[in-house]
Write a protein that binds this ligand. Structure first.
Ligand code: PPS
Length: 355
């Protein structure tokens, strides 16, 4: 009997190993994470606080195309490889940003523009299911990532979220077959980015522990955080947007100054005709007061993956100039010097406060 049990176990292990070896690492992670989620193991880790001990570290990786990249975790290579190889469709829209620059805001605007301002669906279906994030894997039904993007229905437009720097976008974008897709880049003034990113690190236990505010400012300034230097990130897209008409470059501050005009401009860029009513309805739906109350855009489902909303809400303040409540005089002076240095040769000006 014992012999048969051992034999059965050995065969089962052998089959599993052979099966796993034929799979891409990103799909193995997908199965493991979904098993953890369904079996309750993830909830156990969150409830016992063990997930706090498993926080990743930002790590410099060399992507398969040779580009050096400050990744938010050492495991990121697993997702980078298939992301670089993604088959790009003619009608794809990439929402590219440095984290915390207004990604969710523009994802929601773009989804509504592409879906006849259907605010009813937008209020009931999570944005993470409607607009997938290429740098993650699918978990459950609401968290759509790479696997969903690859198998997205052909008759439905993909609005793909990414924080990847320009050089690490799916490489087909730069080839003949990828010429018709669109990229919307959103930048934000680096001081507010730093504050928002700090609170996000505190709240999202899947990110590196940010340490103290002053430690985080130092790491942010040196690009020693996930996705690296926000200056390089934004300036590369800015320069590319000058010659590449597929890129629409805007800023968080533009959205704050005139949301309605941004809705109109993004619709024009995407070749979508909106009625005045549709523009008004998208603008009202995407105001901070409306979005901060809307569960479908504020990541409330992520609590079960260990996001700690006691530390910070996802829709935190939604303001230009909150940095003034956090930077000390010394930090501000040092930041201004860094800004001058990084932006010396750039014809891009960020707005740090609104009149
Ligand atoms: S992420 O995690 O990178 O996808 O985050 P991201 O969506 O880029 O940025 C989150 C910040 O954007 C603010 N936000 C808004 N501000 C004004 N109006 C609207 N509608 C809006 N939607 C999102 C959100 O509050 C985060 O900024 P902070 O400064 O932390 O409040």
């Amino acid at each position: 009997m014992l012999f048969y049990i051992i034999l059965f176990t050995a065969v089962a292990i052998l089959i599993s190993v052979l099966y796993l070896r034929s799979m891409r690492p990103v799909d193995v992670v997908y199965y493991v994470m979904n098993f953890m989620s369904r079996s309750g193991l993830m909830t156990f880790l969150v409830k016992t606080g063990l997930n706090k001990k498993m926080r990743p570290k930002s790590t410099e990786l060399v992507a398969p195309n040779g580009v050096r990249f400050m990744a938010p975790s050492a495991m990121y290579g697993i997702i980078l490889e298939p992301a670089l190889k993604l088959k790009v469709r003619k009608d794809d829209v990439f929402i590219a940003t440095y984290p915390k620059a207004g990604t969710t805001w523009v994802q929601e605007i773009t989804w509504l523009i592409c879906n006849n301002a259907d605010t009813e669906t937008a209020k009931t279906s999570p944005l993470t299911a409607r607009s997938p994030f290429i740098e993650t894997i699918d978990i459950g039904t609401e968290n759509k990532g790479l696997q969903s993007i690859e198998s997205w229905p052909i008759n439905s437009r993909r609005i793909i979220k990414t924080h990847l720097p320009y050089e690490l976008l799916p490489q087909e974008i730069f080839s003949e077959s990828g010429q018709e897709c669109k990229i919307i880049y959103v930048a934000r003034n680096p001081k507010d980015l730093c504050v928002s990113f700090y609170f996000f690190h505190q709240m999202n236990l899947g990110m590196e522990d940010p340490g103290s505010w002053s430690e985080f400012v130092t790491n942010f300034c040196t690009g020693n955080v996930g996705w690296g230097s926000c200056f390089t990130h934004a300036l590369t897209y800015w320069e590319k947007a000058k010659e590449d008409k597929r890129i629409y470059f805007t800023t968080y501050e533009n959205l704050q100054k005139d949301l309605k005009q941004e809705v109109i401009s993004i619709a024009e860029f995407l070749g979508k005709d909106l009625t005045q009513d549709q523009v008004d309805s998208i603008t009202a739906h995407c105001s901070f007061s409306s979005m901060s109350k809307n569960k479908t855009v504020n990541y409330s489902h992520a609590k079960k993956y260990g996001w700690d909303f006691q530390k910070s809400k996802f829709m935190r303040k939604g303001q230009v100039g909150d940095w003034k409540n956090h930077f000390t005089l010394n930090q501000n002076e040092a930041f201004d010097k860094l800004y001058e240095d990084k932006m010396e040769n750039a014809d891009l000006d960020f707005i740090f406060e609104l009149e």
